[in-house]
Design a protein around this ligand. Structure first.
Ligand code: C2E
Ligand code: CA
Ligand code: CA
Length: 612
């Protein structure tokens, strides 16, 4: 037995050590040491004071209401890892419950406490039986985390344990609060208050370090974005709404860039996007086009556009940050000068080098408004009597420098950048107007088939766009057919399914285009609201010689019949193909043999001849 004097001395030494530990913690807090260091000092100090408990500090993430380990050096690492990310709740262990209720939560024996039942296998492996947990709080009462004492035997806390938990939680509270304040300071010093994006100084520094760290064999793009017509916006909207708009544009830019790209607000209505590791100017152009698209999506009732300048840094001997940004800025002015709402590259050579794809990518947007797009119409016929049923609208682009560009080439690009959404809306409106006017003129109404991209279908407002277009143009809904490619259908999600049903409810017919290229299953065909199927040209071209093709067309027709759908064959080029399709029981036909895509004028002449 030790004598009372020795015991008292030991007690005194323990207490002194605990006090020293607290002093160290306060010093760490004052020096703004990492939070982890403060919490580690806290729990090791407690452990030295009382070796019979294993302390653990966990932090509460207020956004997700989840717990994350702060310090618990004596607990088994697997246990600590397992509680990382636990969502707090009244029945979630002692810490989950303490954080949830804001009150000290004592579990004397986990085996007897329903709050622990779900994770008993874990606590048994970790050899834990008791857990006393105290919430760590801010002065205003907000729970910031918990401090808990674990042990291997069932046990109730002694008064001194409660004191340890109370004192410890108080210091931890100060430490966490300080830490958060520091994080806020750092955030505020590096971010722009209006948009929440990186501020001018920080984006500049990032460009600087990206240029320094860039490997000679990798490209990097500095993209300068400047809103068009800010002054007019300010005049019409007022400063507050313009600020709101700049904030919204910032959010759209941040959402539109790739994961590794960073966006900063460079000043007023100027933004800088730093794209590291772009492959070439083409990829940079794609990013630029995507940004234009993101910005110009109507923000409430105002539409904004931007001019974008890109400086691509490649090869050895890079410019410094100031120069790279100057280059992007000067390219942005070229974009302004050549008509706004577009992307330009720095350096004549760069602009020339970027080539066809880049030119198309960056110029599809606005091409319809510039009058470069027009429609042609290809007739569709009844296969038996040969009656004209209607026409399919097909898009044509006459580019001032590139000449005529095929939709097979530019539609995929427009889909990549999202430009297909406004462009497709233009096609719908233009074709409805044209065919409605033609019907009024000739007294002959025609069915109109319009190609619709998967991107359009995925837009939640698409059915509304169709409804409004029909109302505005006076085109009868019963004559409208939307053609959707099979591959688009295969990637359909819930939003697309909704749109399809809304379209059906409107009374629009839907055709599955390019059938046979996307491997639709029977059950899938049955589930979706399709009116007709268009057999892909590749199968028609093999008729009648190729056995396989005729077997496929036959199977498709059988399947479509079984579900009560109409079958159209496209790409019919020869009489023998037509005859084969007739024999197989196809309903409608389309192809160069029967009629090529023609401008509306030629279509009108044809109808007049038919009437005469
Ligand atoms: P698609 O929807 O399968 O359109 C049929 C294509 O086949 C058209 O090519 C048409 O000119 C061509 N064609 C028609 N009959 C024959 C024939 O007998 N023989 C051959 N060899 N070809 C024939 P086009 O106009 O070049 O369009 C290509 C594709 O571009 C279209 O394929 C469609 O997927 C897309 N496209 C065209 N306009 C639009 C549009 O406004 N919106 C969307 N989203 N896509 C469009
Ligand atoms: Ca089509
Ligand atoms: Ca087709």
């Amino acid at each position: 037995m030790s004598n009372p004097a020795q015991t008292a001395e030991r007690e005194l030494a323990r207490t002194k050590d605990l006090l020293a530990s607290h002093a160290r913690m306060h010093e760490l807090i004052a020096r703004a040491a990492p939070l982890e260091d403060v919490l580690t000092e806290l729990v090791t100090g407690i452990e030295r004071y009382d070796g019979s408990v294993m302390p653990c500090a966990v932090l509460l993430d207020p956004e997700s209401n989840t717990l994350h380990p702060g310090a618990g050096p004596s607990l088994p690492p697997e246990y600590v890892a397992a509680i990382d990310g636990v969502v707090i709740g009244p029945d979630v262990g002692s810490c989950g419950a303490a954080a949830w209720s804001g009150r000290m939560t004592i579990t004397e024996d986990m085996e007897e406490d329903p709050k622990w039942a779900p994770i008993l296998p874990l606590t048994r492996t970790a050899n834990l039986r008791h857990c006393w947990s105290n919430p760590i709080k801010a002065p205003d009462g907000e729970v910031l985390g918990t401090l808990a004492l674990y042990g291997p035997e069932p046990r109730s806390p002694q008064p001194e344990h409660l004191v340890l938990l109370e004192d410890g939680a108080r210091v931890a509270g100060i430490a966490i609060e300080r830490h958060r304040a520091m994080q806020r300071l750092v955030h505020d010093a590096t971010h722009d208050a209006l948009t929440g994006l990186l501020n001018r100084r920080t984006i500049f520094q990032l460009v600087e370090s990206a240029l320094e760290e860039r490997a000679a064999d990798s490209d990097l793009a500095v993209i300068f974005v400047d809103l068009d017509g800010l002054k007019q916006l300010n005049d019409t909207l007022g400063h507050d709404r313009t600020d709101e708009l700049i904030g919204a544009v910032g959010a759209r830019l941040a959402a539109a860039v790739r994961e590794d790209d960073v966006v900063g607000r460079f000043g007023g209505d100027e933004f800088i996007v730093l794209a590291r590791g772009v492959k070439d100017a083409e990829e940079a152009a794609e990013i630029g086009a995507r940004l234009l698209d993101a910005i110009s999506n109507p923000l409430e009732d105002v539409t904004v556009t931007a001019s974008i300048g890109i400086a691509v840094v490649s090869g050895p001997g890079a410019p410094d940050a100031r120069e790279a940004i100057r280059q992007a800025d000067s390219a942005m002015y070229d974009a302004k000068r050549s008509g706004r709402d577009r992307v330009c590259f720095f350096g004549e050579a760069a602009n020339a080098r970027t080539g066809r794809r880049v030119t198309m990518t960056t110029q599809i947007r606005g091409a319809a408004a510039r009058g470069e797009m027009h429609l042609v119409f290809q007739p569709l016929f009844e296969i038996d009597g040969g009656d004209l049923l209607g026409v399919e609208a097909l898009l044509r682009w006459s580019h001032p420098e590139l000449g005529d560009v095929s939709p097979g080439e530019f539609i995929p690009l427009a889909e990549e950048t999202g430009a297909i959404v406004p462009l497709g809306a233009w096609v719908l409106r233009e074709s409805c107007e044209t065919i409605a006017a033609l019907a009024a003129e000739t007294g002959r109404s025609l069915e109109l088939s319009v190609n619709v991209s998967a991107k359009q279908l995925a837009e939640p407002g698409f059915a509304g766009v169709v409804r409004k277009t029909l109302a505005d143009t006076g085109f009868p809904v019963s004559d409208l057919i939307l053609e959707i490619t099979e591959t688009a259908f295969l990637s359909a999600d819930a939003a697309t399914d909704r749109t399809l049903h809304d379209l059906k409810a409107l009374g629009v017919r839907i055709v599955l285009d390019d059938f046979g290229t996307g491997y639709s299953s029977l059950s899938w065909l049955k589930r979706h609201p399709l009116d007709a199927i268009k057999v892909d040209r590749s199968f028609v071209s093999g008729l009648p010689e190729e056995r396989g093709d005729s077997a496929i067309v036959k199977a498709v027709i059988g399947m479509a019949r079984a579900f009560g759908r109409t079958v159209t064959a496209e790409g019919v080029e020869t009489e023998s193909q037509l005859q084969a399709l007739r024999d197989l029981g196809c309903d409608h036909a389309q192809g160069f043999l029967l009629g090529r895509p023609v401008p509306v004028g030629a279509l009108r002449d044809g109808l007049r001849r038919e009437a005469a």
